[in-house]
Design a protein around this ligand. Structure first.
Ligand code: ATP
Length: 464
């Protein structure tokens, strides 16, 4: 400990910040975890004010800390030193190590390449779906106002309005436009702070910060955003503490002249269970709805999606059929096209009307029951005696991680949500995490009778 006190006593800004970060980590991680993994970590002196370098005695520890604390470290440092853009976690070279921070401490980058990559790039980059750009959005009368408003908000200069409130039925392009604003903004201002999260995630992070009695970093991060994108606002209905925090966040962002985009499945006034003062703030900006797509738009979207699938051809009459039968949800429309193309590639069959009808069956008859990820999360958490929030939390204990993987697997099997979308719905996880979960559960279903039975039971209940 003496060494660390020496660091805090004087020294650079980074050293003082590090002492505070350590104190926060000790409090939030608990003594056992802290002593085992975090205590051996040392600050390494560097020349760059925007990069913090930390080092651990072994590659194993480096990996563990990187996996569990990389994001947290960036957030903690940024809360104290806003200029920090990245935190690198490295492995100290073997040999006697000074316990105090030493400017010349020999440091070897860990073999895993990401270990020395700027963590901030991964942690602070908003999770924007690369497919959701303005260029890939098909515009017509039903969504033109929303599209133009989104483009206007992404223009430089002081925003003409804020917040932008987008609302529509499910699968009609709200998230797409929201992410498109993020992409367009970052293309012009790569250094600016863009944050994108669902209202559910907002609540989860806020509740976690409250439990850890440490809401400072959360508030700083949210309120420090130049562009804040919050999806599915309806989720905070009835959640009082979250609404309180959300209200203050909105106020801060707005009074600082920053940009805020909100989406929800209904207009502000129809958000039952959401405080009037929040509804009032939403209505100050621009409220734009996206209407259900008409036949022409549905057909045009299919054309566009097809053009994006290199070298795939689908006869016009099959596109007509899909556009005519799948009315409101563009996600389902897209899902149907993907399914026909994927099946044809697997079977080697040519795509024609018969093939499409046989492949899509229920979808075209409109008889398919729509399972939502929310339903899956509720049912799975109930089944395993957890809270739905556990499934979107970062907890890695097997008792939570396995049900989470099962829920992701069911989401992939029973909904038309894409892998990145599923990842987002599970606490902003990466699509590769979802792929891993799906594979793991497929594997376990073959090996473990209990898991297979649980999955079957859940599927039956969801499809009932
Ligand atoms: N006008 C459009 N042009 C091209 N693609 C579109 C358009 N509208 C929606 N899509 C596509 O449909 C899918 C669903 O859209 P998105 O996720 O934005 O819907 P949403 O309104 O946010 O749905 P939810 O309320 O269920 O979250 C996405 O793959 C998106 O790219």
């Amino acid at each position: 400990m003496a060494g660390w006190q020496a660091v805090t006593a004087g020294g650079s800004e980074q050293e003082r910040a590090w002492a505070r970060v350590r104190a926060n980590l000790r409090e939030s991680a608990g003594t056992r975890l802290f002593d085992q993994w975090l205590k051996p970590m040392e600050l390494v002196a560097g020349d760059e004010a925007d990069t913090v370098r930390l080092a651990l005695p072994s590659a194993f520890m480096t990996n563990w800390v990187r996996n569990h604390y990389a994001d947290r470290l960036v957030l903690e440092f940024r809360a104290i030193l806003p200029q920090v853009r990245s935190v690198t976690i490295e492995t100290r070279a073997p040999g006697p190590q000074p316990t105090v921070l030493a400017a010349e401490a020999p440091v070897a980058a860990v073999a895993v390449p990401v270990a020395t990559a700027p963590v901030a790039a991964a942690a602070e980059r908003p999770a924007l779906d690369p497919r959701f750009t303005f260029e890939r959005f098909v515009v017509d009368a039903s969504n033109r106002v929303a599209f133009n408003a989104a483009k206007a908000l992404a223009e430089p200069g002081s925003p003409r309005f804020s917040p932008l409130f987008l609302h529509s039925g499910t699968g009609q392009g709200k998230t797409h436009l929201m992410h498109a604003i993020g992409h367009a903004w970052l293309a012009q201002f790569p250094e600016s702070r863009v944050l994108c999260m669902s209202a559910e995630r907002f609540m989860f992070e806020f509740v976690a910060a409250m439990r850890a009695r440490d809401t400072f970093a959360f508030k700083q991060r949210l309120r420090g955003a130049d562009l804040l994108l919050i999806d599915d606002l309806q989720f905070i209905a009835g959640k009082d503490a979250t609404q309180e925090e959300f209200f203050h966040t909105v106020n801060e962002i707005m009074s600082a002249g920053k940009r805020l985009v909100i989406s929800a499945d209904r207009c502000p006034q129809a958000l039952d269970g959401v405080e009037a003062r929040i509804v009032g703030r939403m209505a100050i900006g621009l409220v734009a709805d996206i209407k259900a797509p008409d036949l022409t738009l549905r057909r045009a979207i299919l054309e566009k999606k097809l053009a994006e699938m290199d070298g795939v051809s689908v006869p016009g009459e099959v596109l007509d059929l899909l556009a005519a039968r799948i009315h409101t949800n563009i996600r389902e429309l897209e899902g149907a096209l993907n399914r026909v193309v994927a099946y044809a590639q697997l079977t080697g069959d040519a795509i024609d009307l018969d093939f499409a009808t046989a492949t899509l069956g229920d979808v075209l008859r409109g008889g398919q029951r729509r399972v939502t990820i929310d339903e899956i999360q509720k049912l799975v958490s109930n089944h395993f005696d957890l809270k739905p929030l556990d499934l979107i939390s970062a907890r890695r204990a097997r008792a939570v991680a396995r049900p989470r993987q099962i829920a992701m697997y069911l989401a992939k099997r029973l909904t038309t949500r894409s892998l990145p979308e599923i990842g987002r719905k599970f606490g902003g996880r990466d699509h590769s995490t979802v792929i891993h979960a799906v594979r793991k559960i497929e594997e376990l279903r073959d090996q473990d009778r209990d898991i297979d039975t649980a999955v079957r039971t859940l599927m039956r209940e969801l499809e009932a």
